[in-house]
Design a protein around this ligand. Sequence first.
Ligand code: ADP
Length: 322
Amino acid sequence: MNRLALLTSGGDCPGLNPCIRSVVRTALAGGIEAIGVHRGWRGLIDNDMEPMDARSVAGIVNLGGTVLRSSRCPEFREAAAREQAIANLAERGIDGLIVIGGNGSLRGACELSRQASLPLIGIPKTIDNDVGGTDYALGFDTAVNTAVEAIDKIRDTATSHERLFLVEVMGRDRGFLALEVALACGAEGVLVPEMPTDIAALCAGLERCREAGKVSSIVVVAEGDDAGNAYEIADKITAQSDYELRVAVLGYIQRGGTPSALDRVQGGLFGKAAVDALVAGETSKLVAKRNGETTLVDLELAWKETRELPAHLLELARVLAS
Ligand code: ADP
């Protein structure tokens, strides 16, 4: 391994920059050149990349977003576009590729891997924490903390005015973020896409809390809940209760901001593990965290394996809300 390229693709999240820094500095320490690809798959097709040195990743360990930029690139689904990417990599003498991405980007990485003989290693990132094959994806911890900080503030108003707040967090398909946030905030309810939502049961639960002396309630809603978005769910609750109800949609603040210590350290571990894997001659692997250890699994698991929402955490949220 003489020269590797790295890119960040798909939705951005905190933790990408610490991981980029780790890849670059681990590579350089091992005498390997590091080439940064701009704007994910887009830059690979457009041949938009440049060599990085230790100073080009200085002062970024505490920055959100990605200094390499990111994009969504529908064109990469076509074999011809991937051929162009492979030709650009070959022309630059690049003999290994590291892709930091979510489900979609890692699926694209699998397609590229099938088409090219180039060794390729994936690193999971997404605030949804729903990449298969790994217990953890970069960005999740920071997003949880951002949402918790916001909801703690919302709780002040909810309590002062004795209100019910529905707080919508990200999670189109999966409820990992909503569940973790609900637990951390002591929410009175949590609605996730994995479980059918029963509005009557939710209202009954909130009523039990009120009768038990609670003066405010917070219900955390994943944006992809089957009962609709937070505003639609609010209408349904209002139709069958007397709550003074407000809705807060946290939106994009969950994707940005200073990475937490956990995301910085995990970014460092994932980045080094990816470079080590290339040096060891591995290919089509995902760097993963499993049972607390950083390890390698088949890249295909990233999008083929569906992670289960932990039932014991759902139960814990229910019990602690009483
Ligand atoms: P994320 O990586 O954050 O999950 P997306 O799902 O939007 O983000 O995927 C990012 C990019 O990955 C897409 O814009 C596309 O370029 C690429 N991609 C996604 N699915 C495929 C696929 N089946 N084949 C090739 N490329 C894909």
